[in-house]
Design a protein around this ligand. Structure first.
Ligand SMILES: Cc1cc2nc3c(=O)[nH]c(=O)nc-3n(C[C@H](O)[C@H](O)[C@H](O)COP(=O)(O)O)c2cc1C
Length: 183
């Protein structure tokens, strides 16, 4: 079993990175191969909506998204990580999601058997997680994947990071059980 975790923040050692690493630790302990991807440090272009993926079945942009497509193909579990930015996802994770547009026309009826989940954090006492959850669930739906749920942490501006890691580790254990049982 393989899990890919996508860190949608550019802040090194930040909450999203801590969440993804803690989930990865929990999964690795349970025998998962884990790959952590940091798109902020990669060469990834925006989807230009050229529609060539509709006819060609692949994205014609030759950049580091190839690494993410390969990781996706080889994983049973994909965990998206994003901080709340202006009540929505970070542009970093959204840019990656948009580049999965090629899947919109693929296997619409066929379940991929993959599970997609979310880790997110917001600095305030009441971050608006609704938009991030909605977008990530739409992503899972488009990819015909199961929704694995979400680990949401608020108040990161005042919490110490051990709490962020603890919550994410617990979530990793839940995900491990769900994916192994295939729901
Ligand atoms: C551009 C920007 C926008 C933000 N917008 C919100 C927001 O709307 N609501 C909120 O609760 N926190 C907001 N925050 C705080 C972050 O969500 C919070 O600090 C998060 O834990 C950062 O994750 P990171 O350490 O992985 O970057 C914002 C931070 C930045 C940099």
């Amino acid at each position: 079993m393989k899990a890919t975790l996508i860190v949608g923040s550019g802040r090194m050692g930040g909450n999203t990175e801590i969440q993804c690493e803690a989930v990865a630790d929990a999964l690795a302990e349970d025998g998962f191969e884990v790959e952590i991807i940091k798109p902020y440090w990669m060469d990834i272009e925006h989807c230009s909506s050229c529609d060539r993926c509709f006819s060609e079945g692949r994205c014609h942009i030759d950049d580091d998204m190839g690494i993410i497509y390969d990781a996706f193909d080889s994983s049973e579990l994909i965990v998206l990580g994003s901080p709340v930015y202006f009540s929505g996802p970070s542009s970093i994770i959204k840019q990656v999601i948009d580049r999965f547009q090629l899947f919109w026309h693929r296997n619409q009826e066929e379940r991929t058997g993959k599970t997609i989940a979310l880790v997110s954090s917001g600095g305030s006492s009441n971050p608006r997680f609704e938009s991030i959850i909605s977008i990530c669930r739409a992503f899972a739906l488009t990819l015909n994947a199961k929704w694995g749920g979400e680990c949401l942490v608020e108040n990161t501006d005042v919490w110490d990071t051990s709490n962020v890691a603890k919550e994410a580790y617990r979530f990793g254990k839940i995900l491990s059980g769900k994916v192994k049982k295939k729901f």
